[in-house]
Design a protein around this ligand. Structure first.
Ligand SMILES: Cc1ncc(COP(=O)(O)O)c(C=O)c1O
Length: 414
């Protein structure tokens, strides 16, 4: 392209007044609530090293089933590239309604659902729509890392319920109920849990739902791992424990169940008034989820479900082995996680998992995530993900075990 340099002076904007020019962005102070992710810190360092074995992965290591990919491509080729209705693709709303009513014996309708861009958007909408100064939210420590920052960004207060590896990271419902006070706004549950893999029993969920309803406290339940239940046990969704939908919302997605996290489709299940309000708010976040990906979701729900059984069988096989390996590792306290693909064993008292995990990565090439990524009270836990092959799991522990034994903090466990 020919440029007329002589005339460039005339077309350049006038020099801005330097007194009003800032050379960097001045953020809303709420941004201070967003921490540097403990996951990123580890994964970024790992990217600089050779020969790393990752036990750090937070997404399924299986390929997305072919019929789901085909539906996605088919939707693209058939012109399904416009916006959908604000609540989501009508066919997906119907598919979800049928799926949930069959799975949890509920009586939901299409207008009990809002399709979101992954469960992440559902969590964002729910928490930011509820959190406000003076309102308290009860969460487990450790728990999924999005909740606390979103609560704090919007002026809410976080109250944590510590859990222990030696107790399988179960929460004590009585303790939570005792914590409820006049400022308690909501309890956020995540079962199966990331980072612990813990599944709460039905008595826990039922008790919490009942007492929360009685006290006018909301329950937000993140159930993205509800299909990854690794033993033959009952999975108590909040939807099958609460007497009605008043004050209860569930967020979930296709990401983990159907190994399609990159397609970014999730949803919120709640009473119709809540969904109506959130539909308005959703217009200001992502408008709608990806249309072809919503068609992929329809195929996932109506298609062959054996892909889930195959994945769960393999996760369970790996879980069994990882629990044995953790048990054989001096200084680690394990337990029996029944869901998702994580375990969060604890280190000997006083050991800082953040420093230890970084040193272990640099010296052995094994990448795990330290517990402080999931809660301020969890700095002596490691999150181990077994969303990787059995060979990689064996290799990682073969490197980790002798290394841990050599650490002075572990000497008395050798
Ligand atoms: C507990 C939990 N909730 C929500 C999400 C977000 O899932 P999505 O991919 O649907 O946004 C994750 C992802 O790791 C998760 O572990």
């Amino acid at each position: 392209m020919a440029v007329n340099l002589e005339s460039s002076e005339q077309v350049l904007p006038p020099e801005p007044d330097k007194r009003y020019v800032r050379d960097r962005m001045v953020w809303n102070p709420a941004m201070h609530a967003i921490p540097v992710s403990g996951i990123r810190r580890m994964v970024n360092r790992a990217a600089e090293l050779d020969d790393v074995v990752h036990l750090s992965i937070g997404q399924p290591d299986f390929p997305t089933p072919k019929h789901i990919i085909d539906a996605h491509i088919h939707a693209l080729q058939n012109g399904q590239t416009g916006y959908t209705m604000d609540a989501g693709l009508p066919e997906l709303l119907t598919a979800l309604k049928e799926y949930y009513n069959a799975k949890y014996r509920s009586t939901l309708d299409e207008d009990n659902f809002l399709i979101t861009t992954g469960a992440t958007e559902g969590i964002y909408l729910m928490i930011t729509a509820m959190a406000a100064p003076g309102r308290e939210f009860i969460i487990a420590d450790p728990t999924f890392l999005l909740y606390a920052p979103l609560i704090r960004m919007n002026g809410g207060q976080v109250r944590t319920v510590p859990t222990k590896a030696s107790e399988g990271h179960q929460i004590d419902p009585e303790r939570i109920i005792d914590m409820i006070g006049p400022n308690t706004h909501a309890i956020i549950l995540n079962s199966p849990s990331n980072p612990t893999g813990t599944v709460y029993p039905r008595e826990t969920i039922e008790w919490l739902c009942q007492e929360a309803a009685y006290r006018g406290v909301e329950i937000l339940s993140d159930e993205v791992y509800d299909n990854l239940i690794l033993d033959d046990i009952d999975y108590p969704s909040v939807l099958s424990c609460a007497t009605d939908l008043d004050g209860v919302a569930v967020v979930s997605s296709f990401s983990k169940t159907y190994a399609m996290p990159g397609l970014r489709v999730g949803w919120i299940v709640a009473d119709q008034n809540t969904i109506r309000t959130l539909r308005r708010y959703h217009m200001f976040t992502t408008t709608v989820a990806s249309t072809p990906a919503q068609w992929a979701g329809v195929a996932a729900l109506y298609g062959d479900q054996s892909c889930i059984t195959e994945m769960v069988t393999e996760y369970a096989r790996r879980r069994d082995r990882v629990v044995d390996l953790v048990g054989d590792t001096p200084g680690l306290t394990g337990y029996w996680p029944q869901g998702a693909f994580y375990i969060a064993p604890s280190l000997p008292a006083g050991v800082d998992a953040g420093k230890l995990a970084m040193r272990m990565l640099e010296e052995t090439g094994v990448c795990v995530i330290p517990g402080d990524a999931f809660g301020e009270g969890s700095s002596n836990l490691l999150r181990i993900s077994y969303s990787t092959s059995m060979d990689k799991i064996e290799e990682a522990f073969a490197r980790m075990q002798p290394w841990l034994e050599r650490q002075p903090e572990f000497a008395r466990y050798g």
